[in-house]
Design a protein around this ligand. Sequence first.
Ligand code: ADP
Length: 547
Amino acid sequence: MHGLMMNHPLTLAQILEHAHRIHGNKRVTTLLPDQTLHSYNYTALYERVKRLANVITQVGIVQPGDRVATYASNTYQHLELYYAIPCLGAVLHPLNIRLSAAQLAHITHEAEDKVIFVDGAFAEQFEALRNEIACEQVTYFNQMSTDADPSYEQLLSEADPAYAWDIPDENWAMGLCYTSGTQGEPRGVLYTHRSMFLHTLAVNQADVFGLTEADVVLPLVPMFHAMAWGLPYASMFAGADIVLPGAKPACIADLIAETGVTVAAGVPTVWAEAYPELRKRRQDISSLRRLIVGGEAMPPTLIEAYEKKLGIEICHAWGMTEMSPTGTFSKLRREHQALPDAEKWLIKAKQGRPIPGVKLRLAAEKSDEFTELPWDGKTAGELHVQSPWTARAYYRSEPTDEHFTADGWLRTGDIATIDAHGYMQIVDRAKALIRSGGESISSVALETALLKHPYVTEAAVIGVPSEKWSERPLAVIALTPVGAVSNRADADISDTLKQHLSVEFPKFWIPDRFVFVDEIPKTGVGKSDKHTLRKRLLSAETKEKLP
Ligand code: ADP
């Protein structure tokens, strides 16, 4: 027997309407390229979103379900597009502005974007790629009007201010995001209104992002990376102020101090870079209470520095573009509060417990079947997930055994352990795990240990082919100023680091070689780009015989 409750569709229009009606005076502040601040309230945003929906509809080429792309950083116009496109029944497709022409060509051809909204700040960069990109129309914003081309502002001011949202049903597609491509070609993930609405409710719980109307939220994660981790929707549903940092703030500490940010989110690289600046400005950033960090493992040393030296709570989150993206969230439980600090950082460095609504499974594959592994904090296995906000297929491709199991789980491609309390810890990405002499070596564990050494500011461990062992670990290191001025030869520093690792790891885990670089290359979303690193190292060394 079915129940008798209203079947009210779960759509983003509900989030927008609620934000406007209940929190109309809350503010959206954007750091402009000239480092001044632009600010307006939710009511102004709401009115502009309605006009924008008319502008997009009147182009005449966007039908329900068509993809409308953006090529922009984190700005108020991008936020307007984040609502207008899905609420008129089209599909929001944020393009990563750091991708190459070839990658964008592949993605836009597959997505068949009808219109692309381009931030004028990237006009030159976009025009250089324009011929490669498939789309029927390009509309710039942040640009002056010309006779032939009315500006975004002019289009909005001339548009009808009334618009009736037109979302066929809650399972209608609302957004298309491509994975960041760390492990190969980017794959498209097509979210629904329902999945994004449920993800918004899930992350807004007290033990997850825990945003309230008193917060001022700074998404440093780009709006083209996994829907800015859902923050544009979660913040507005909670009624929090939003601070949008543009492409790259000249000084994160200034922005936090000026706008009173309470919660900020970004990948570990951003926080590693910002740390010295924030440490200098401890007094004026006292509003900042929490950082949400994910996309890559947050090293325990960095967690400790933020918590102990700056008094800022670090919440480590794990997720995937395929999961809208949040899967797990790491917060201490009541009984952890009494633990010594060092033990607390270790728990916080784990990727955390599944947020309500997400199911995890640790599995081992044997003759095409999966057996479940124990949650004992030691046994490592393939991590599988299920949730109402997890993809069941990729855009424009049939689900394959490589990514989806016959019994309905997404294979994350991560290798993890889970302890008895449900804390999951990533051991490595399956593809990054180094197989040496039939045994596995975790690149993540070696990197974490290397980062504890005062000489090391960045570390990436990759597997390189070896005739004898199949693969051997090689460590790529960027030195701290202390390491760089130690005036020691590379060979000496390598020996010191080997020694440092040998305290924690068996002999066969210790990298045979160390390579020193100024900086580890990063992907378009700021993760260590091991793919490029491996290619560079291997091509430089083709003549040299690897161990
Ligand atoms: P890509 O797989 O192309 O990098 P995503 O940006 O969606 O695209 O990345 C998802 C992956 O990022 C996860 O499968 C996991 O390997 C990694 N990841 C995300 N968050 C964390 C974290 N907190 N710690 C370690 N790895 C993480």
